[in-house]
Design a protein around this ligand. Structure first.
Ligand SMILES: Nc1ncnc2c1ncn2[C@@H]1O[C@H](COP(=O)(O)OP(=O)(O)OP(=O)(O)O)[C@@H](O)[C@H]1O
Length: 255
């Protein structure tokens, strides 16, 4: 018997303001898979993620988590946004920001302290709990946002260009940290990026959307061994082949 997918878009179509933004989106995601979504600017990547989060309801079709339609946002589906500055509360310390997610999840106060310390260590912010977001670098703020999401114990992590605003070195470091976290926790991930190399480096699979309206145009497996390595993985002939295939896809989709 084949296992039911963790997450499924089943002929999901979404119209907003009388315009079809996403059309007939269909794909399944197995539990623990890391799926990246790419596509030209404005093709509907963020909107697809918002559908996955239950922030939008499909006009027709369904989005399902564990075989149940997503009718509203759920605490076991967490989103990491690109704009960490807006996602974090500036008047709360790092500890306070993580604690908020636990308060919302009903975690008793007595249990929060140890778990917060554990999460801070997990994302490389050990000992930084009393800092305010404004006292942290961009990379640290993004780590904090990830820790806050993990505090929800999500079974699905949705990430919308989370490293887009960071410099190349910080970005690569965080890519590896996320891969490690995910490998350890078994979390299912949907990761939106416009960076083709990032998608191949991270993903088990890359889905490309075509624009106007957003449709699935390509869905390719990434057959690169794990753990990935910033140098050797990116030099692998399969990496280069995929990069060319996805580059041609994006170029063709804009024509
Ligand atoms: N609430 C809305 N009402 C009407 N149109 C919308 C709404 N939200 C998004 N759109 C339109 O849907 C399309 C897809 O937008 P979306 O932000 O999902 O694309 P994207 O692929 O994430 O783009 P980018 O890579 O530039 O971030 C765009 O044409 C956008 O103008």
């Amino acid at each position: 018997m084949t296992e039911a997918p963790k997450f499924a878009f089943a002929s999901a179509t979404l119209a907003l303001g009388g315009k079809t933004i996403l059309q007939n989106i269909t794909f399944d995601i197995a539990a623990g898979d890391f799926v990246c979504i790419i596509g030209a600017s404005g093709c509907g990547k963020t909107t697809a993620l918002r559908l996955a989060a239950g922030l939008y309801q499909p006009t027709t079709g369904e989005v399902r988590l564990d075989s149940h339609p997503m009718t509203a946002p759920r605490p076991d589906v967490a989103i990491v946004f690109q704009d960490y500055g807006k996602a974090l509360l500036p008047w709360r310390t790092a500890t306070g920001n993580i604690s908020l997610a636990m308060e919302a999840g009903g975690v008793p106060k007595a249990e929060r302290g140890d778990r917060i310390a554990e999460l801070l260590t997990l994302v490389g912010l050990s000992g930084q709990g009393e800092k305010y977001p404004g006292e942290m670098s961009g990379g640290m703020q993004q780590r904090l946002q990830i820790a806050r999401c993990l505090a929800q114990n999500p079974s699905v992590l949705l990430m919308d260009e989370p490293f887009g605003a960071l410099d190349a070195m910080t970005r690569q470091g965080l890519q590896d940290e996320v891969l490690e976290l995910v490998a350890r926790s078994g979390t299912t991930v949907i990761f939106v990026t416009h960076d083709l190399e990032e998608a191949i480096y991270l993903g088990d699979r890359v889905i490309g959307l075509l624009p106007h309206p957003g449709r699935v145009g390509i869905d390719v497996p990434v057959r690169l061994s794990r753990p990935r390595d910033q140098l050797t993985t990116r030099e692998d002939p399969e990496f280069l082949r995929l990069r060319r295939e996805l580059f041609d896809f994006i170029k063709g989709s804009e024509a």
